[in-house]
Design a protein around this ligand. Structure first.
Ligand SMILES: *Cc1c(COP(=O)(O)O)cnc(C)c1O
Length: 440
């Protein structure tokens, strides 16, 4: 039995699913993966199949080990397989994996989030960042009675239709679907501006009444791009002026840049915030929250419908509680992260500057990207100038040297608390050697 006539792998009669892991994966999962970037297409390599992780390191099914900077795409803060978290999740599992009714732990977590995140007075738990952003936009449309939203080129807010939209040719009012299957009618309601470019934002405000502006306050999904301070301030001002809601998508930055996320760092308060990643610390928990008057519009209090069988799942809540309690108990953990991340940045810059490599490190706290372009990256178009061939070679050598980076030139790498000084120094040596080999 052979399911795939293009597949050269021998498939035994006894074991129709035989073959190596990659072949087996490709037969039953599109591209062999459950999320596209995992296929390693951006680095033209074969993806590893992971077996386990501990602290700052991951290990694959062949026993190869790497220092991990994917960190579950930013969801891991305390380090992999943190003993307290494992215990809490096992304990929760022993009491039942999901009830579909409310537990006390959900209130505990919601109270912690309200305490930590300055602009959140009330929140709704969901299971993924995609659900959070999709629901926040629905709420913004309901609250304003407007259809159109504004997002930024290169900004990622999950895979809901409203966000899979690309900028049309030079005109803020003309957007097109960025994925087949997304209706033009949906895409037309999402305007696109350029990150760190206030003019493009002003143009969008001039073009149509906007329900919401949604952005990553520190961009992380086109590589790490810090916002210019006035950029965020001015967007807040424009939103106030036009009765538009400001949504900070802090799925990545929440609990990562500070206990209160980017809004605490930049002291700019959005109307709505979306959270995910660290909120579940590797289990499926996410949330959207903000002003009480807005959140009271959510069903069953109000008329904006949103629901979920697994929302507030006890295992995910248990994991989130461990992560947030660790933050409350030791707020100085952000200093440790900053110190080690700065050490890594300095080590890379030293090699880049002294050897004249055409690269550039950008970092905010524990988020960083080594861009294969010399110019500072301020927005998506700058990021797209990166030499992706060079990045692919670099990624390959980095893996050979024991360091696992996100397999795309346009992703952010993440430190966890388990990335100690020793691990950082090991990383610097490995990456500097990888850059050298990339250019020889
Ligand atoms: C990861 C991410 C999302 C999507 O979250 P999922 O849990 O993958 O659906 C949304 N917004 C930002 C900023 C993200 O980094």
């Amino acid at each position: 039995m052979n399911f795939d006539s293009n597949n050269s792998t021998q498939v035994s009669q006894d074991d129709p699913f035989g073959g190596n892991l990659l072949d087996r994966a490709k037969r039953v999962l599109p591209g062999g993966v459950n999320s596209p970037v995992r296929a390693f297409q951006g680095v033209e390599g074969d993806p590893p199949f992971l077996h386990s992780a501990q602290g700052a390191r991951v290990r694959d099914e062949d026993g190869r080990e790497w220092i991990d900077y994917i960190s579950s795409w930013g969801a891991i803060l305390l380090g992999h397989a943190h003993p307290d978290l494992i215990e809490a999740v096992c304990d929760a599992a022993g009491r039942g994996t999901n009830f579909g009714l409310t537990t006390e732990a959900e209130i505990d977590l919601a109270e912690l989030v309200c305490d930590l995140v300055p602009s959140i007075e009330m929140l709704r738990m969901v299971s993924s960042g995609t659900e959070a952003t999709m629901s926040a936009v629905r709420l913004a449309r309901a609250a304003t009675g407007r259809d159109k939203i504004l997002k930024f080129a290169g900004g990622y807010h999950g895979h809901a239709d409203s966000f899979l939209v690309a900028a049309g040719s030079g005109n803020a009012t003309f957007s097109t679907p960025d994925s087949d299957g997304v209706l033009k009618a949906v895409a037309e309601n999402t305007l696109i501006a350029r990150f760190n470019d206030l003019n493009s934002v002003q143009q969008a405000f001039d073009a149509a009444p906007l329900a919401a502006v949604i952005l990553e306050p520190v961009a992380g999904n086109m590589g790490c791009i810090p916002p210019e301070r006035e950029f965020l301030e001015n967007i807040r001002g424009l939103c106030d002026e036009h009765g538009t809601l400001l949504i900070f998508d802090e799925v990545m930055t929440g609990f990562r840049l500070a206990a209160g996320g980017a809004q605490e760092v930049f002291q700019i308060m959005p109307d709505l915030t979306t959270l995910g990643k660290i909120l579940g610390h590797g289990l499926p928990a996410a949330a959207y929250g903000g002003r009480r008057d807005l959140m009271q519009m959510i069903s069953p209090l109000g008329s904006v419908y949103q629901a979920g069988t697994l929302s507030g799942n006890p295992l995910a809540i248990a994991a989130g509680l461990i992560a947030l309690e660790a933050i409350v108990e030791d707020p100085s953990l952000y200093n440790d992260l900053e110190e080690n991340a700065a050490r890594l940045e300095k080590g890379l810059w030293h090699a880049i500057n002294s050897r004249g490599f055409p690269c550039n490190v950008q970092r905010v706290g524990s988020m960083w990207t080594l861009f294969f372009t010399e110019e500072k990256v301020r927005e998506f178009e700058d990021a797209q100038l990166a030499d992706t061939q060079a990045f692919a070679r670099f990624h390959h050598y980095a893996m050979q040297n024991g360091v696992l980076l996100p397999p795309s030139a346009f992703e952010t790498a993440f430190l966890t608390l388990a990335h100690d000084t020793e691990t950082i120094d090991e990383t610097i040596d490995a990456l500097v050697d990888a850059i050298e080999r990339t250019y020889t």
